[in-house]
Design a protein around this ligand. Structure first.
Ligand SMILES: [Cu+2]
Length: 156
């Protein structure tokens, strides 16, 4: 399973929030922090924080949206937690301390496949252009159908 996704390539260790770490007080927008990064299976997230004030809870997408830390998938409390990203798709982390998630201490990590193309940034572009050509052919088909319908009416 893991070999399929190219774990043999160099994996990356990410310090969540960089030097500020995992906190509700540092003014870090964790979605911004994650937005310009391409996470892959085999990469590692490191959460650094003061254990008196924070922890890390992996939660479902629903609990991420509502900041519900009651039923975590996993809980980390060491203050320097290294979490290996294993599977493709989203993983959601929030702080379990009251009010912190609502204050923005939450992060949605999207783990994407390792692409063999020149740049991973081109992948969404190419899928978008194929979607628009589908739309083009749909319109063409529709136009032809109307034309045929009109012509068949004139024939009578
Ligand atoms: Cu916290």
């Amino acid at each position: 399973m893991m070999a399929l996704y190219g774990v043999s390539m160099a994996s990356t260790v990410y310090q969540v929030g960089d030097s500020v770490g995992w906190t509700s007080m540092g003014g870090v927008d964790y979605q911004d922090w994650a937005a310009d990064k391409n996470f892959h299976a085999g990469d590692t997230l490191v959460f650094n924080y003061n254990i008196q004030f924070h922890n890390v809870k992996q939660v479902t997408s629903q609990d991420f949206e509502t900041c519900n830390a009651t039923f975590p998938i996993a809980t980390y409390t060491s203050g320097s937690d290294a979490i290996n990203l294993e599977r493709l798709g989203h993983v959601y982390f929030i702080c379990g301390f009251r009010g912190h998630c609502l204050a923005g201490q939450k992060i949605d990590i999207l783990i994407s496949p390792v692409t063999s193309g020149p740049s991973p940034a081109q992948w969404p572009l190419s899928s978008r252009s194929s979607a628009s050509s589908d739309l083009y052919f749909n319109k063409l088909y529709w136009t032809l159908s109307v034309l045929v319908l009109c012509l068949s009416q004139f024939a009578y």
